[in-house]
Design a binder for this molecule. Sequence first.
Ligand SMILES: [Zn+2]
Length: 532
Amino acid sequence: MSARERLYLFDTTLRDGAQTTGVDFSLEDKRVVAGLLDRLGIDYVEGGYPGANPLDTEFFAEKRTEHAKFTAFGMTKRAGRSAANDPGLAGLLEAQADAICFVAKASEYQVRVALETTPEDNLEGIRDSVAAALARGREVIVDCEHFFDGYKENAAYALACATAAFVAGARWVVLCDTNGGTLPHEVERIVTDVARHVPGDRLGIHAHDDCGCAVANSLAAIEAGARHVQGTLNGLGERCGNANLVTLIGTLKLKNGYGERFQTGISDDALGTLTQASRALDELLNRAPGRHAPFVGVSAFATKAGIHASAVLKDPRTYEHVEPERVGNARKLLVSDQGGRSNILAEVRRAGIALDKDDPRIGRVLDEIKRKEAEGYAFESADASFYLLVKRVLGEVPSFFDVERFKVSVERRHNALGQLVTVAEAIVKVKVGDEVLISAAEGNGPVNALDLALRKDLGKYQDLIGDLELVDYKVRIYQGGSDAVTRVLIESGDKSGARWTTIGVSPNIIDASFQALSDSINYKLLRSGAKP
Ligand SMILES: [Zn+2]
């Protein structure tokens, strides 16, 4: 096999993706996403804009990736200042980053109108900033903003910006279709021209999806020689989003000739977790996963009963362009097929439960999951509830406690000071062994009150759940069958740093929350080795 060319993947979910309407990453979210990208095998993880906002500065107080190059984003130095005298640049150089990605305008029009500076000052900003970052031992990437529009207006100046970055020593000169209006044939033509000045193995592409062409534009740039591709998980990004890295990964690994021509940092094993990674991000952001997302959508390999389905039954290749298992997705149709069994077995093993592949109980686990999914459960990111489900089928979850009844009330009234207040109270009656315990609590909402009452007194288990705390609570209304049901996801944690997520589903939000709370406590007790 001939040597394959290396193609580098650069993720900007935590920077450009954070511009998505309705997306707001917490520090903890950023940590989780960086870990997810790192495990996937992305080469560069852009974490944000240190110095520009306190959260990103804190995020860059330490390196957040093990394998990927942790990359800080920021502007080139301002005109009229020396690099040493620019506080923005200084903040960027302080960040605990392996690489720095500078954004520099590559359009003469943008330089004059938006920056209100001269074309020459802009070029000097690029050269000096690259030099300053190199002097601090950082790898340097320069995002040439508005490159394609700039090239169409004044090709010589756009090329001068790209060349300035290259000559100054930037590892990558990235051509950005910032407004997302460029089409694939234009990208191919323009990148081909740029590659006469800056070698392709130093060129990158950053595409936006305003024409639905971000992935196509990225592929066009690769065809023209670029070897660095920027994008975001699930195509997050402002307006119509950035190039979807999930789609690009599936394509570059599996489609006609790419896998043979190019090597990426994504191993075949990591490719098998692509669906999981995509959905984990959606769950984190409390966004419904795109059902029709290429490769990873629930419907990506769903064939409706009929002539297609009968053909798929004979041979899946009749209506599938790749095998769903390779990206960790599953064929929807063949209910009791081997694919379903092997997927479940892989999930069970991922949860740390040893089961032989011929164990007849796998079929029962599969049946139970299907039954629950039909009710609206989704176990992709409810790891602890999935663990409990399997362990329950295996008969390995003792009955630690039994909630005989609970009552939650919410009252809106005037308090003694005449202020209008809303008070939530919960009363829980629990049986632990032969002991009956009744606890009551007030909370800042019905779920909070229920949680506090439930965990107030669990008798002999109280010590084991003393450090349990709720980290996150998410609610989604889900259309299951003919009625809407509520899906609640609760993330819990304890002092050991362990984190786990549980799920509850019910037409009633309190009941769904109760199921998730109850699963969380059961999981904690099971993991702590509690004896009934
Ligand atoms: Zn962008």
